[in-house]
Design a protein around this ligand. Structure first.
Ligand SMILES: Cc1cc2nc3c(=O)[nH]c(=O)nc-3n(C[C@H](O)[C@H](O)[C@H](O)COP(=O)(O)O)c2cc1C
Length: 217
């Protein structure tokens, strides 16, 4: 009986979203690649979903999705998705029922930016986004180029590179979502002004794309 209760407590700890606390969300480790769905399976079934149900994701699921979007996969700090000249100029914001968070890959955590349900700020009126457990917002940050080892390209090219990088990021998230049985939809329709204000984005940052992820009907 004691063993059963311990197992039950462990299961609850894993499946209960710990982000209800409205603080930063720490991810204990990056996910281990042990999924059963093959990449070819995931590509075969890939599609946009818009029939989300408002059901929270577990911290482990959040960790997997954020890692797929912008995580580090090598000891030298390089990431899951490619970036022009190795400059990671795209930040990923996670918007859940509980708040807006900035993903910090080096610290393996979501840093709380604003507590509260701001999912509606990630869309210009597509209701499904306000139901999706997670809305990712991809933001270009020119500051990243300060650490470039070579002369940075002109600003226009930097934005172009960031847009291309986001293409890889959203596709990685789409594939990872499928391994969790979750749907996703990439979205260009974003309430830029509202999100910029609530997420406290500085004026030099550019919102590029959003992506809804979550359980579907
Ligand atoms: C850059 C980009 C922007 C998109 N913006 C939206 C959007 O704002 N809202 C939406 O519902 N779908 C959006 N989509 C999803 C497309 O509508 C969808 O991929 C397309 O209709 C093909 O359907 P499928 O993904 O199911 O194959 C976007 C896709 C891309 C690549």
């Amino acid at each position: 009986m004691k063993k059963f209760l311990l197992a039950l407590a462990a299961t609850l700890l894993i499946s209960t979203p710990s982000y209800a606390a409205q603080g930063d969300i720490a991810f204990p480790s990056d996910p281990a690649p042990k999924e059963t769905l093959t990449v070819m399976d995931a590509l075969t079934f890939r599609q946009s979903s818009r029939n989300f149900v408002d059901k929270d994701l577990s911290t482990v699921q959040l960790s997997k999705l954020l890692w797929s979007a912008n995580g580090i996969n090598r000891p030298d700090g390089k990431r899951v998705n490619p970036a022009a000249m190795g400059v990671y100029s795209v930040e990923v914001y996670a918007v859940t029922r509980e708040g807006i968070y900035l993903y910090e890959p080096e610290n393996r955590k979501l840093k709380l930016i604003a507590a509260g349900d701001y999912r509606s700020t990630t869309t210009t009126g597509q209701g499904f986004a306000t139901k999706a457990a997670l809305n990712l917002v991809y933001v270009e940050t020119p500051d990243a180029w300060k650490s470039a080892r070579h002369t940075p390209p002109p600003r226009e090219r930097q934005i172009s590179f960031a847009n291309i990088a986001v293409g890889a990021m959203v596709q990685s998230v789409a594939l990872a979502a499928q391994t969790e049985g979750l749907g996703n939809c990439v979205r260009g329709s974003i309430n830029h002004d509202e999100f910029k204000k609530i997420a406290k984005l500085s004026d030099d940052k550019t919102i590029l794309l959003a992506q809804s992820v979550g359980y579907t009907k």
